[in-house]
Ligand binder design. Structure first.
Ligand code: F6P
Length: 340
């Protein structure tokens, strides 16, 4: 067989280990792999490179993606969709492995609907793809955010301040939730809950009374009411660029004004997405990449490799893309046990 592989959407730790797994698993059964560059753009514009086992041998500890990525939507225009099908035919591909989040995988679903032989691998630091317990990238990105919170704790303590840490995660609060839980925030704000300013001020005051400082984690996706800055810019899939709303600095301003506690904010942005994958993500990426090849060999096109409990299995792309996975009430209940 001849395999194609691409990585699309925002990069995250684990992409390179997943590419390695695809190439090595295919090679184990005597199949060859070609890598498309910069996500769906590479398929649309026929930009590729051959990938031999030697090309991927040293990828386990490498962040980013050697194939490059983009947020290209190849089905936004019918002319581009035709180019995608032409590229696949030109390479005589038997299967395309698409590694991506909701948007990239929704293009895979569209290709499958048009008869393309495609299988999916879910990834994203947001952990918001449905049908899988975890996506790789999440544990690595959140470890960076926890490290940032611990550093901010030192400065907050020294200066008797409140500090707000804004983390990514889009409209799912998983990154904020895990950062708040693992880093010991005094209050954590996620998009799944309505913003309650009075409760927030009370948590800050209580933390300052108890320890002389306060740490607040906020997800970029929360709704603080009227927007600021250059908000409104959208990507090719129609998603707003949330970090431009700067909810962290807006919250810091409100906290200082509302509580009288000197407050600062930090937005760590793409620092969360760089660097090598942690153990959990390396193993998950390796398992899912290899399993996607197995799905294709078995002719199970239109499926995506997912983690359910401790088991890797395949489910229809349709099922994974049905509904984004957001933070559930049991997690929120646990989170608020530790509010100041
Ligand atoms: O989907 C991953 C993610 O990092 C989101 O958490 C964030 O909103 C978005 O990508 C940022 O996108 P970009 O890299 O295009 O600025």
């Amino acid at each position: 067989m001849k395999f194609g592989v691409l990585t699309g959407g925002g990069d995250c730790p684990g992409l390179n280990p997943a590419i390695r797994a695809v190439v090595c698993r295919a090679a184990k059964f005597g199949h060859e792999t070609v890598g498309f560059l910069d996500g769906w753009k590479g398929v649309r514009d026929d930009l590729s490179r051959p990938l031999a086992v030697a090309d991927v041998a040293d990828l386990l500890g490498k962040g980013g993606t050697i194939l490059g990525s983009s947020r290209t939507n190849p089905f936004a225009k019918e002319a581009d969709a035709t180019k995608v099908l032409e590229t696949l035919a030109h390479h005589h591909l038997d299967a395309l492995v698409v590694i991506g989040g909701d948007d990239t995988l929704s293009a895979a679903r569209e290709l499958h609907r048009r008869g393309g032989h495609v299988v999916g691998v879910p990834k994203t630091m947001d952990n918001d793809v449905g049908g899988t317990d975890w996506t790789f990238g999440f544990h690595s990105a959140t470890a960076v955010a926890v490290d940032a919170l611990e550093r901010l704790r030192d400065t907050a303590g020294s200066h008797h301040r409140a500090i707000v840490l804004e983390v990514m995660g889009r409209h799912a609060g998983w990154v904020a939730l895990a950062t708040g839980l693992a880093g010991g925030a005094d209050a954590t704000l996620v998009p799944e809950e309505k913003y309650d300013e009075a409760a927030l001020f009370e948590h800050v005051r209580a933390a300052v009374r108890a320890r002389g400082c306060a740490l607040v984690v906020v997800s970029e996706g929360i709704d603080l009411g009227p927007r600021r800055g250059s908000a409104g810019a959208k990507d090719e899939f129609g998603h707003e660029l949330l970090r431009e709303r700067e909810v962290g600095s807006e919250l810091a301003r409100r906290i200082q004004e509302g509580t009288g506690v000197e407050t600062r904010s930090a937005q760590i942005g793409h620092i969360q997405r760089g660097g090598p994958a942690v153990l959990f993500d390396r193993i998950l990426a390796t398992r899912l990449g290899a399993y996607a090849v197995d799905l294709a060999i078995a002719g199970r096109f239109g499926e995506v490799a997912v983690l359910r409990g401790a088991t890797v299995t395949g489910i229809p792309l349709e099922e994974a893309l049905g509904k984004p996975k957001t933070v559930t009430p049991d997690w929120l209940d646990l989170l608020h046990t530790f509010d100041a």
